[in-house]
Design a protein around this ligand. Structure first.
Ligand code: ADP
Ligand code: MG
Length: 349
């Protein structure tokens, strides 16, 4: 409270829309070769340099996609950018520009929005992406953050969901279920705190899963790895809703089936510890948890030699005829149908 008196917070109404935009603009340094003109006119001007342009957008709504009681504004900004970049990497392309649309209620202060943009700029810098525009509005309640990303790739290198072929090997980067484990931990500690505010959250020993939830990274390094190894995946998708949902997307688009082996699904030991404490089966967290932002991809068996020694890539199954369906095989050889239980935007399964 004392500090607030010395450093009074600034209501957004005091700076106004144009003041806020000017403040954002002052922090922008464009570096992507395709950015001709960014913030400050009616539209940004870009040059795709003869490559294909890829575009994607994601909208985050307070109370639906994030809970500001345990997500700092800076992390929210960072994550909002990263989840968009992940969609471009999932096409085997490189993101270069973002546009940020922000609608905030008058409850938000300039300082809070500054923090949000600190996170946005940190992500832009980490991935070499320019903020070239957006829109600013107010809303009666809460915060809505919508980000659009533009990326580029040579036509021949773009990877779609629909290219998986019979006997292709199904691969996934990193590990799964960690973001879900982190969320379970944060929600548990929030519950305990709500019941008794004298009890401080105990998050020790769980840095990795907290980072998976609060500060995820997009797998630019995996896209770089493909280039280095001379591999073009036959199909690819990023894991935003959980493995079950994503493999079903690939199979539906590619008109094929899949056989996935339970013991091959990568789950970090820290995730396993927390999930077991919470009585959640780690495989189920990997299948249905989501928000891991790893890359799930298929490769032709002829490319396996090139990539098999890579640490951090797991080979979890292979593509089957469509009649086989999409199945998870447990250690004892029992096959379960893998249904897409992805997170549903309208709250019903
Ligand atoms: P218009 O009236 O044409 O919509 P604005 O005043 O909304 O223009 O925007 C002016 C400039 O500032 C544009 O380049 C726009 O893309 C950019 N801009 C507006 N809001 C944001 C924001 N929240 N983040 C980044 N750029 C923004
Ligand atoms: Mg506008």
């Amino acid at each position: 409270m004392e500090q607030e008196k010395q450093n009074p917070l600034t209501p957004l109404s005091e700076v106004g829309e144009f003041g806020l935009i000017e403040k954002i603009r002052a922090n922008v340094v464009n570096t992507a070769p395709q950015t001709i003109f960014g913030i400050g006119d009616d539209a940004a001007v870009l040059d795709s340099k003869g490559q294909k342009t890829l575009i994607s957008t994601d909208c985050l709504v307070e109370g639906i996609h994030f809970d500001l009681s345990y997500v700092p504004m800076k992390h929210l900004g960072y994550k909002a950018v990263v989840v968009n970049l992940s969609d471009i990497f999932a096409m085997n392309a490189k993101p270069a520009q973002i546009l940020v649309t922000l609608a905030a209620s008058s409850r938000y202060t300039l300082e809070a929005i500054d923090e949000l943009y600190e996170g946005i700029f940190a992500a832009c810098q980490a991935y070499g992406v320019d903020l070239v525009g957006g829109d600013t509005s107010s809303i009666p309640k809460g915060l809505v953050l919508s980000i659009t990303v533009l990326g580029y790739a040579d036509e021949a290198s773009v990877v779609y969901r629909n290219g998986a072929r019979l006997n292709d090997i199904i691969c996934v980067s990193g590990d799964l279920g960690g973001a879900y484990a982190g969320l379970q931990l944060l929600e548990r500690e929030k519950r305990i705190f709500m019941e008794n505010s004298a009890v401080q959250p105990d998050l020790t020993g769980f840095d990795y899963i907290l980072e998976r939830q609060l500060k995820p990274e997009a797998r630019k390094d995996v896209v770089d790895l493909f280039a280095r190894l001379g591999i073009k995946p036959t199909a690819m998708i990023d894991v935003s809703d959980g493995l079950a949902s994503e493999i079903n997307h690939i199979c539906k688009e590619s008109a094929c089936g899949a056989r996935i082996f339970d013991e091959r699904i990568p789950v970090d030991p820290q995730s396993v510890i927390l999930l077991e404490e919470m009585k959640v089966n780690p495989t189920l967290a990997a299948l249905n948890g989501g928000e891991d932002y790893e890359l799930l991809f298929t490769i032709s068996p002829t490319d396996y030699e090139k990539i098999k020694a890579e640490k951090g890539i797991s080979f979890i199954g292979f593509i089957t005829p469509p009649e086989f369906g999409v199945k998870l095989e447990t250690r004892d050889g029992i096959q379960h149908n893998l249904e897409a239980k992805g997170w549903n935007a309208f709250g019903k399964e």
